[in-house]
Design a protein around this ligand. Structure first.
Ligand code: AKG
Ligand code: FE2
Length: 192
């Protein structure tokens, strides 16, 4: 059985992370780039989330429940995408989406699994340290684990942790930024 809590790094199959995928200077630059991007409050069923997002490549419209073509990734993101692909063992061109998020103080993200049209999920954390909470239903309760998301670190969700587990991030007292890269599952890739 997997035991996890705030003080222990998750050991859920399919989860991998690594520190210092970007330098302190790059982090500062990326945060400024994200802040200068066309961020909008996350919308879901008429509800405005506290986190601000911008999607490139493709975007998932949660209100319409469908994937749409978005503006191409800006040039400044491409080297970061390539680094994320190398970390996760992916082909850079298979990364069809970059999602920029700014979590202002008091913002987090509730329990969810990413949309099933996506395959691999690779995230870079900037700013305030956070904890990625993980849970999986087991009978009437949940099996739980957690992983620290240090600033400038990268994580990859694939396989079991991606498909069987939900994840969430607790509201933070200070701002955090993230860049999430995603590939599409084969059937969606053929349809696109
Ligand atoms: O901010 C993060 O690192 C996670 C974002 C996330 O889980 C999502 O957008 O699906
Ligand atoms: Fe997610």
């Amino acid at each position: 059985m997997i035991v996890g809590d705030l003080f222990r790094t998750a050991v859920v199959p399919g989860f991998e992370s690594a520190p210092d995928i970007v330098s302190v200077e790059e982090e500062r630059d990326l945060i400024a780039r994200i802040d200068a991007s066309p961020l909008e409050p996350f919308k879901f069923q008429g509800w405005l989330g506290k986190r601000l997002t911008a999607s490139f490549g493709m975007r998932y419209d949660f209100e319409r429940g469908r994937i749409e073509v978005a503006d191409p990734m800006p040039d400044w993101l491409l080297p970061i995408r390539d680094r994320a692909a190398a970390f996760a063992g992916l082909v850079p061109d298979d990364i069809v989406q970059a999602l920029l998020i700014r979590y202002d103080p008091g913002a987090g993200i509730g329990w969810h699994r990413d949309r099933p049209i996506y395959a691999h999920v690779v995230g870079i954390s900037l700013g305030e340290p956070a904890v990625l909470r993980l849970r999986r239903r087991q009978g009437t309760s949940f099996q739980r684990a957690s992983a620290p998301l240090a600033p400038r670190s990268i994580y990859h969700l694939a396989g079991e942790v991606r498909h069987d587990w939900e994840h969430s991030i607790v509201e933070m007292a200070r701002a955090r930024w993230s860049i999430t890269f995603r590939t599409l599952v084969r059937s969606s890739r053929e349809a696109a």
